[in-house]
Design a protein around this ligand. Structure first.
Ligand code: GTP
Length: 594
C-alpha cells in the first residue's frame, strides 16, 4: 500500500453520541470483525470502559476496503482499488486531551460525530478544536437520525454557525439501523488526504499508545511518519534515550497480525524488549538507533493535576496494596506513585492523576484488584507557595505544608481551568418545546471542579448540561492550610489547602461532619479546625462507654459472645489517631465537603 492508498482518521465525539457504535459498524462493513460478534463496541476493550460506557484507553484498528476513486488506479483500469484505512481511536474524556491530541497528530482527518437530537455538546467543542488545531479534514457526521427527536437540519445550522462546517458536507447516519453508513467510508477516502511523509527518508514513528501483554510484554501502537520499520531493526526512543530490538511488527486487524514491516503512513504495533509501559511515553518519537532525526513535535511528559493519598484500610495490608498498585501501573504509566507515610493512616502512597475521571477509574480498579477497602484522602491539586526567603515549592500534599513554619508564606498560586458549559434554555409554549443553548466559558480554579462539580452541575440541570475543561494557567490566590485536630493532635491525612475566605465555612462543615461520624468514646473528644494556631471551628463529643451488652440482660452467653465479636469487627474498621478511634466512613465523608 503506497501512501496514496492509505487514510488515517479518527472518530471524535461528545460522550454517548455513538463513536464506539459507529466504529464497530465500520469494522463490520469492511469485514474486519464479524457482524453481531457478541461483543459490541470492539474498540472499548477495557472492562471499566464497558461498565461505564466511556472510552478511557485508545484502541486502534486497520481495515481494508476496495473503492473506485477517480484517478487512483495505477494501471489506468476502472476497477475498485484496495485502500488501507487506519481508524485511530481517541480516548473520550478531557482528562486525556493530551493523548487525544497525540492520536490526532497521526491522522489527516476526523469524523466529528454529533447526536442528531442533542446537537453540539461541550466535548464536541473541545474535540473539534483539537482536530482543527491539528489541521485535520473534518467530516461532520450527524448520527442517531433514527431517533424520534432527531432534528438534523437544526444540527446542520449549529455546525455551520459554530464551526463553519458546510451543511452539504454533513453525513446523516444511524449507527443503530445502518442508515447512511454506506457514505462514510467513501467520504473518508475522497475527502481525507493521504498521509504525507518521506518514504525513502530516515525512520520516524509517533508512539500513540502502549499496553502490557502477559506473553509479549509491552506492545506499542505506532504511526510511521517517515521511512520504514522492519522486524530485527534496532530503534531508539527520543524522550528516554533507550535503545531496543524490534522483536515483532504488524497491523492491528483488530487482533495483532504480523507483517514484519511497517511502511510510511502505516499504523501498527511494535513489540520491543521494553519491560514496563513507563518506558513507552505517549507522543515520543521512535527512530532507527544511530541515526540523527528531528523528533516529531508536540511531546509532553504527563502532567498530574489531581493528587490523592491511598492507604490500606488495615495498615498491615501495605504490601498487598503495593503489589496491586504495581500491577495496575504496568498498564497505566500515566499515574505517578510515591510512598507516603501518615501518622493517622500509616504507610501508603501519594498518587498523581491526569484528572478526576482518571483518578476515579484508577481507584475503582484498585479496589477490585486489591480486594479490600482503601482509604483515599481528599483529592488535592498542585499549589505553589512562595516563602519569605524567596524559595518556591509545589505542594501536592497538604500535610507537607508546615502549619507553623518559621518561613512566612509570601504568595501562593493555584492551577485554573478554562471550562465550557453548555445548557439548554427550555421554553414551553402549548406543549411545544423549543430549545436554545447557552454556551458559557469560565475560568475556574481547578480545585473547585475536583470535588463533585460535575455531579452537581448534572443534578441542577437534570442532566442537560454538558461540561468540559482544559488546563489553563496558575493564578495567584490567598491560600491557607486548614488542619483538623482531635484532642489537640493534628490529623495529617485530613489537612486541606483552601482559600482563606472559605476556610472558616469549610472548617465548620468538616467539624460538623466528623462529629456525626465519630462515635462517643470512653473520654471526651474535642474536634477542631484550625489555621496555624487559630481555631476556626470546634465541637465536643462527650464521653460515654458504648456498652454493647447493656441490652443483654439474662445469661445467654452465646449471644453475649456474638455481640462482643461484632464490636471487635467494628473496631477493625477504625483508624486510631492518638487515642481516638476514627471510623473509615469519616474519611470518606470528608470527600463530600467542598
Ligand atoms: P463513549 O465511548 O462513552 O465516548 O460513547 P460513544 O460516543 O462511543 O457512544 P456509544 O457508541 O457507546 O453509544 C452510546 C449509546 O447510543 C449506546 O447505547 C448506543 O447503542 C446508542 N447509539 C449509538 N448510535 C446510535 C444510533 O444511531 N441511534 C440510536 N438510536 N442509538 C445509537
Amino acid at each position: 500500500y503506497p501512501p496514496e492508498r492509505i487514510r488515517n482518521f479518527s472518530i471524535i465525539a461528545h460522550v454517548d453520541h455513538g463513536k464506539s457504535t459507529l466504529a464497530d459498524r465500520l469494522l463490520e462493513l469492511t469485514g474486519t470483525i464479524k457482524r453481531g460478534h457478541g461483543q459490541p463496541q470492539y474498540l472499548d476493550k477495557l472492562q471499566v470502559e464497558r461498565e461505564r460506557g466511556i472510552t478511557v484507553k485508545a484502541q486502534t484498528a486497520t481495515m481494508f476496503h476496495k473503492y473506485n476513486l477517480q484517478g487512483s488506479s495505477l494501471d489506468g483500469s476502472n476497477e475498485p482499488q484496495p485502500f488501507l484505512l487506519n481508524l485511530i481511536d481517541t480516548p473520550g474524556h478531557v482528562d486525556f486531551s493530551y493523548e487525544v491530541s497525540r492520536s490526532l497528530a497521526a491522522c489527516q482527518g476526523a469524523l466529528l460525530v454529533v447526536d442528531a437530537a442533542q446537537g453540539v455538546q461541550a466535548q464536541t467543542v473541545a474535540n473539534f478544536y483539537l482536530a482543527f488545531e491539528s489541521n485535520l479534514t473534518i467530516i461532520p457526521v450527524i448520527n442517531k437520525i433514527d431517533q424520534p427527536t432527531a432534528d438534523p437540519d437544526r444540527i446542520k445550522d449549529q455546525l455551520k454557525s459554530m464551526f463553519d462546517l458546510e451543511p452539504s458536507d454533513c453525513l446523516l447516519t444511524s449507527a443503530k439501523t445502518g442508515q447512511g453508513l454506506e457514505h462514510v467510508l467513501p467520504a473518508v477516502i475522497e475527502r481525507i488526504p493521504p498521509p504525507p511523509g518521506e518514504g525513502s527518508g530516515l525512520l520516524r514513528m509517533l508512539l500513540l499508545d502502549s499496553y502490557y501483554d502477559e506473553y509479549k510484554g509491552v506492545i506499542c501502537h505506532v504511526a510511521v511518519v517517515d521511512g520504514m520499520l522492519r522486524k530485527g531493526d534496532k530503534i531508539s526512543a527520543a524522550a528516554t534515550g533507550q535503545t531496543y530490538d524490534v522483536l515483532d511488527v504488524g497491523f492491528m486487524h483488530p487482533e495483532l497480525t504480523q507483517t514484519g514491516v511497517l511502511l510510511t503512513g502505516q499504523v501498527g504495533y511494535v513489540v520491543t524488549g521494553m519491560r514496563s509501559t513507563k518506558e513507552a511515553r505517549i507522543g515520543d518519537t521512535l527512530f532507527h538507533a544511530k541515526t540523527i532525526v528531528k523528533p516529531l513535535p508536540g511531546f509532553k511528559a504527563a502532567r498530574h493535576m489531581v493528587f490523592s493519598g491511598l492507604f490500606p484500610a488495615d495498615g498491615s495490608d501495605f504490601e498487598a496494596l503495593n503489589h496491586a498498585i504495581e500491577r495496575l501501573t504496568c498498564n497505566d504509566a500515566s499515574v505517578s506513585v510515591t510512598k507516603e507515610s501518615s501518622t493517622a493512616l500509616g504507610l501508603g502512597f501519594r498518587c498523581g492523576f491526569l484528572g478526576l475521571l482518571h483518578m476515579d477509574v484508577f481507584i475503582s480498579d484498585l479496589n477490585k484488584e486489591y480486594g479490600t477497602h482503601i482509604i483515599s484522602t481528599v483529592p488535592t491539586v498542585p499549589y505553589i507557595f512562595e516563602y519569605s526567603d524567596g524559595s518556591k515549592v509545589e505542594v501536592q500534599n497538604p500535610a507537607a505544608l508546615p502549619s507553623n513554619s518559621k518561613q512566612r508564606v509570601t504568595a501562593s498560586w493555584e492551577p485554573t481551568v478554562l471550562a465550557t458549559i453548555i445548557i439548554p434554555i427550555l421554553d414551553s409554549i402549548d406543549h411545544v418545546w423549543c430549545s436554545q443553548r447557552a454556551f458559557m466559558k469560565y475560568r475556574l480554579p481547578l480545585r473547585e471542579i475536583v470535588v463533585d462539580f460535575y455531579n452537581e452541575l448534572k443534578s441542577i440541570t437534570s442532566g442537560y448540561a454538558s461540561f468540559d475543561y482544559e488546563d489553563s494557567e496558575y493564578q495567584q490566590a490567598d491560600l491557607v492550610k486548614l488542619d483538623i485536630l482531635l484532642n489537640g493532635q493534628a490529623v495529617d491525612a485530613m489537612a486541606t489547602i483552601v482559600h482563606s475566605l472559605k476556610a472558616q465555612r469549610m472548617g465548620r462543615e468538616l467539624v460538623d461532619k466528623l462529629k456525626k461520624f465519630i462515635d462517643r468514646q470512653m473520654f471526651e473528644i474535642i474536634i477542631q479546625a484550625a489555621i496555624g494556631s487559630k481555631v476556626v471551628a470546634r465541637e465536643t463529643i462527650s464521653a460515654m462507654r458504648k456498652n454493647v451488652l447493656a441490652k443483654c440482660y439474662g445469661g445467654d452467653i452465646t449471644r453475649k459472645r456474638k455481640l462482643l465479636e461484632k464490636q471487635k469487627e467494628g473496631k477493625k474498621r477504625m483508624k486510631r489517631v492518638g487515642s481516638v478511634d476514627i471510623p473509615q466512613e469519616a474519611f470518606h465523608q470528608l470527600l463530600k465537603v467542598s
